[in-house]
Structure formats: structure tokens, C-alpha cells
Design a protein around this ligand. Structure first.
Ligand code: ZN
Ligand code: ZN
Length: 283
């Protein structure tokens, strides 16, 4: 099959006039936040080519995009180095197979997954984890509280399916005003699981004043200790999502002046808040 200019892709360069001799390639583009740089990476059986465009200073350029700046260069390079090549393409390896997966997670579908697509996988190598994107949550009758197995009352509760949205995705939804169904807050009377096991923030120190050099602000470290059932933690600065990372991994941030609230939530939803005061001075 020859490379076709009719190919229906949003990242196809608008100003590209296809030539008959363009070799067949597979490619992918990317443009960074703030249009600081743009990439296009392509390959075929003979070559792999990566094109990076941008300012070395990191200054953004309004017209910079992977599709319209980097990809035409990629095509030109392929047209030059692999001009009129044979059209041999990759064949599916015998140990690669096709299966149905959940379109939301790419995992093996469970009974609750409503949108399914087919995808490649390698039997005995690819993950066989079932999609747990939807979970049945126990709620009180007016759906204002959620329960876990330890705190659910013997009677008078109901069950409802929820799509599980991770805190970093929640923060993105909130910022972009995307509606999603929130799991009601956990029963505040639940003592068994939630008390005491929230992350402990060991740095910065709660209630401490930090002096920062105005001319060369040094970032502060964020360190927490978590229960051993935790893999990920989510940091919030002044109630705004900041970063997610693996439990035990250090993070850094440059605080604003004044009172700063720092919160750390673990992947079980347990949260700890601390407060510090930040002063900027000429040192
Ligand atoms: Zn699913
Ligand atoms: Zn509970």
C-alpha cells in the first residue's frame, strides 16, 4: 500500500503536498504545554527518525505544533533518505495476538465495562489484570456518605456503582469543568480503617515558619510517610492539586509567600493537612 495523502488524521500537516514516492511510515507527533517544543517520530522497516523543534531557551512559539512544523520535516527526511524504497511493512509477530479490552483502561473487561475495543497483546506476557474502573460502593440511604466493610451498618444501606476517578484526574476534571459522579465522603464515624493511617508529612514541619531568599528561592521538599498498603500519594498546595508520586518519593515545590496549606492524600483516600508560614526576604 502506498502512502496516501487522504489519510484521515488530525495531525496530518495541512500544507503537505504528498509525493508519490514518499515511503510508507508510521508516525506520532506531540506538542508540549505552552508550545515550548514539538516532536514528530516516525519509523518504517529501514529507518527510525525523530524530529525535535523548538527554541533552546525553552521560549514558547505560538505557531509551533508537532503536526505542522515537525511532521513536514520528518516527511522530508524520509523522502530524502528512503526515496522510492520498497513498500515492505511489518507483519504481526506470531506471538502477538488480539483481544477485547475496556476502552477506558485498556485492561481485560469486567462485567461493568460498557465500552469495548480490540487491542494487541502478547499471551502470557501482557497484563491479565481485570478492569476495576467501576466499583460497587456502599452508601447511606440519602447517598451523602459512603461506607467500607468495617463501618457499614447491618441494615439501611444501599449499593451503587461508581466510576473510580484518581485524584490527579479529578483535579483535571475540576479545572476543565468536566462533570463526573463523585463518591460521597467516607463515613466520619469509621474508626477501624481510616484513623491514624493517613500519611504523616515529615517535611515541611507543621506550624513552622520558612524564610526564603527572594533573589534565589530554594524549593522546599515534600516528604511523607504512609501506611504500607499505599502505593501512590497526591500532594495539594492551598487546596490545589500539585503532583502525584509513588509513596516515599520526594517532591519539591516553591511556595508562595504567606500561610501555605499542604495536604497529602494517599490512594485509599486518607488525607493529612499541615500549615506553614512562608516569608520572602533579601538575604
Ligand atoms: Zn473498564
Ligand atoms: Zn469505613
Amino acid at each position: 500500500m502506498k502512502f496516501s495523502p487522504k489519510v484521515n488524521r488530525p495531525d496530518f500537516p495541512l500544507n503537505w503536498t504528498a509525493t508519490e514516492r514518499m515511503p510508507k511510515i508510521a508516525w506520532k507527533t506531540g506538542t508540549s504545554y505552552g508550545r515550548k517544543d514539538a516532536w514528530s517520530i516516525g519509523y518504517n522497516k529501514n529507518y527510525t527518525v525523530g524530529v525535535w523543534t523548538g527554541n533552546f531557551s525553552g521560549t514558547g512559539v505560538a505557531d509551533l505544533s508537532g503536526a505542522n512544523v515537525a511532521t513536514p520535516l520528518l516527511f522530508k527526511i524520509f523522502n530524502t533518505i528512503d526515496y522510492d524504497s520498497n513498500e515492505e511493512w511489518f507483519t504481526q509477530p506470531p506471538d502477538c495476538d488480539i483481544r477485547t479490552v475496556c476502552s477506558e483502561t485498556g485492561l481485560v473487561p469486567s462485567a461493568q465495562c460498557s465500552s469495548l475495543v480490540t487491542d494487541y497483546f502478547i499471551p502470557l506476557i501482557s497484563s491479565t489484570k481485570a478492569c476495576d474502573n467501576r466499583q460497587e460502593i456502599m452508601l447511606n440511604p440519602d447517598e451523602k456518605l459512603s461506607y467500607c466493610k468495617s463501618c457499614v451498618p447491618a441494615t439501611g444501606y444501599k449499593k451503587k456503582w461508581f466510576k473510580i476517578v484518581q485524584p490527579d484526574m479529578q483535579a483535571w476534571y475540576e479545572e476543565n469543568r468536566v462533570a463526573y459522579e463523585k463518591i460521597p465522603p467516607h463515613n466520619p464515624e469509621c474508626e477501624l480503617i481510616f484513623k491514624g493511617a493517613a500519611p504523616a508529612i515529615s517535611f515541611p514541619l507543621n506550624g513552622t515558619e520558612y524564610i526564603i531568599n527572594k533573589k534565589a528561592p530554594e524549593p522546599l521538599q515534600l516528604i511523607c510517610k504512609t501506611a504500607n498498603d499505599v502505593t501512590k500519594v497526591y500532594w495539594y498546595i492551598n487546596n490545589k492539586f500539585y503532583k502525584s508520586c509513588n509513596a516515599g518519593e520526594k517532591q519539591f515545590f516553591v511556595p508562595v509567600e504567606g500561610p501555605v496549606k499542604i495536604s497529602c492524600t494517599d490512594d485509599k483516600g486518607r488525607n493529612r493537612d499541615i500549615r506553614i508560614i512562608v516569608k520572602y526576604v533579601d538575604l
